[in-house]
Design a binder for this molecule. Sequence first.
Ligand SMILES: [Zn+2]
Ligand SMILES: [Zn+2]
Length: 348
Amino acid sequence: MKAFQVAENGKPLVEVELETPTPTGQEILLKTISCGVCHSDIHIHDGYFELGGGAKLPTPLMEPLTMGHEIFGEVIAFGEKVSNIKVGEKYVAYPWIGCGDCELCNVDKTQYCMNNTNLGVNVGGGYGDHVLVPGEQYLFDAGDTPDNLAGSYACRGLTAFSALKKAEPFPQDNSLVIISAGGLGLLALKIAIAKYGINPIVIDIDDDKLKVAKELGASAVINSSSEGAAGKILELTGGGARSIVDFVGAEVTANLGYQCLTRGGTLVVVGLFGGQIKVALPVHVLTEKKLIGSYVGSLGEMKELMALVADGKIEPVEVESRNVAEANRTLKEMKEGKLLGLVALTHS
Ligand SMILES: [Zn+2]
Ligand SMILES: [Zn+2]
């Protein structure tokens, strides 16, 4: 099999020829059709997260890694203990695989398991033309979803879904503010419309991206780099938002989000851009604002999300397909903030 691997943090991916795995037991071998390029690929590739003030949280590479955790593929083989899967079927793979036998795994929090084998993060993923999935419970039907979008529900879609659930918006327009009109923000916009029947406000610093968000159903869009952005949010939300999901996670966005919450409102920080939030503790107490972090989502949430997806309830967003040979250019453009919307790599 062919794969594009991170051989050294921050250096261009290298194309390698690897032995194609043979599935045994409960394993399933997928032939990769399409794999989304997610923002966390940048952090995995770089080998660190920005903590703000120049500090870094290292996540060094243990050995060459085939990235890609937004996998959509076709079943071509499986082990003897697999029963409900057929060759030729196409599935999205849930990549957040836990040990299956710890306190966290036992309460459907495999995504936080300390002994995880996450696809495309700890073990080979969809930047390779074949991916080994450890069990059929991790495979999900995507209905009529376009091939190049399907995989993105496993990370960015799931991340948006889980964050929205934590944010608990009221069932009315403008009770929800989405920070970012990038790929993740747009998926969240579509999921919010499908799940809650509301049109949220979308915030970004890029007018082109905001234009897309408005076309896709945002009730209002605000450029946060413009003068008086916070005032505009407060005005549109009638004094503060019930729920804000920050898909950027930068110092400026998280602080803006916190400031624009109503009393008892919830800010869910999802993005990993980096930085710090400053909160005056008495204000936090007196306003009962909630500040929550959210990282991907559980297998149970994936089931809920994929039921909406398979039923065609979530309107698809546009995805640009690129050949996997363009992985390096794609990562570079994503790092520079140049990608409008989602990009998926194909192996044909
Ligand atoms: Zn575990
Ligand atoms: Zn991701």
